[in-house]
Design a protein. Structure first.
Length: 199
C-alpha cells in the first residue's frame, strides 16, 4: 500500500505567516521554515513578536479566513486522492487549519496544536511528536505502508529523503542546491505525473 505525504503551506496553500505578515504590517513575520530549519526556534520567535504587538489567535485566524488554496491545488488533490491515499503532514496548527481544509475538500491532516489563553493570547505550542514529518513517515513504514512525499522547506526533507520517492515542490534555490539528488518540480501536472510513476 502507498500513502502520499504532502506538506501544506507552500505546496497546496500560501504560507500562512507570510500572509499574516503582510496583513498585519510586520515584515519580520515573513520568516518561514524555508529560512529557519529549527521549527521550535522559529515558532518561539513568532510568538514573541505576536506578544510584542498584542496580537492573538483571532487576529491570525482573520487572515487565514481570507487565504485561498493555490491555483490548481484542489483539482490536483482531488485527482491524487482518486488514485491513492493522501495525508497532509504539516507543522501548522489545528486552530489555523480548519478553513483551509474545508476549501481543499477535507483531506486528512496531521498537524500540531496551539496553547491559547482565555483572552486569545497564544502562549505556547504543542508539537504532535518530535520531527513530526519524519516520525510519521517512519510510523507508516512500520505498518507496512510505502510513502511518497513532497514538500518545499527544510522541515519536509526528513519525510522526502526517507520515502521511496520524494520531490521538492516550488522550493527555494538554496534547498535545491543543497539536495541536487531530489527532483525539483514546479507545477501540479509535473508533481502528479511523478507521483503516478512512483505508485
Amino acid at each position: 500500500m502507498n500513502v502520499v505525504c504532502l506538506d501544506l503551506e507552500g505546496v497546496l496553500v500560501p504560507e500562512i505567516w507570510i500572509a499574516f505578515a503582510e496583513e498585519a504590517g510586520i515584515p519580520e513575520l515573513r520568516r518561514t521554515t524555508r529560512d529557519e530549519p529549527d521549527y521550535d526556534k522559529l515558532m518561539a520567535w513568532r510568538l514573541g513578536i505576536l506578544a510584542e504587538h498584542g496580537l492573538g489567535l483571532a487576529d491570525v485566524q482573520a487572515t487565514i479566513a481570507k487565504i485561498e488554496p493555490m491555483e490548481g491545488a484542489r483539482a490536483f488533490l482531488d485527482e491524487l486522492r482518486s488514485l491513492t491515499q493522501v495525508i497532509i503532514i504539516s507543522d501548522t496548527f489545528e486552530q489555523f487549519a480548519r478553513p483551509l481544509m474545508e476549501k481543499l475538500g477535507w483531506p486528512t491532516l496531521f498537524c500540531n496544536e496551539l496553547i491559547v489563553a482565555e483572552d486569545g493570547t497564544i502562549t505556547d505550542f504543542a508539537m504532535r511528536c518530535p520531527e513530526s514529518k519524519l516520525t510519521t513517515v517512519r510510523a507508516l513504514h512500520s505498518c507496512g505502508i510505502e510513502t511518497i512525499a513532497a514538500g518545499d522547506s527544510h522541515n519536509d526533507l526528513g519525510m522526502i529523503l526517507h520515502s521511496k520517492a520524494g520531490f521538492l515542490f516550488r522550493s527555494t534555490d538554496a534547498i535545491k542546491t543543497e539536495h541536487p539528488e531530489l527532483p525539483a518540480l514546479e507545477t501540479y501536472d509535473e508533481l502528479l505525473a511523478a507521483i503516478k510513476a512512483a505508485l
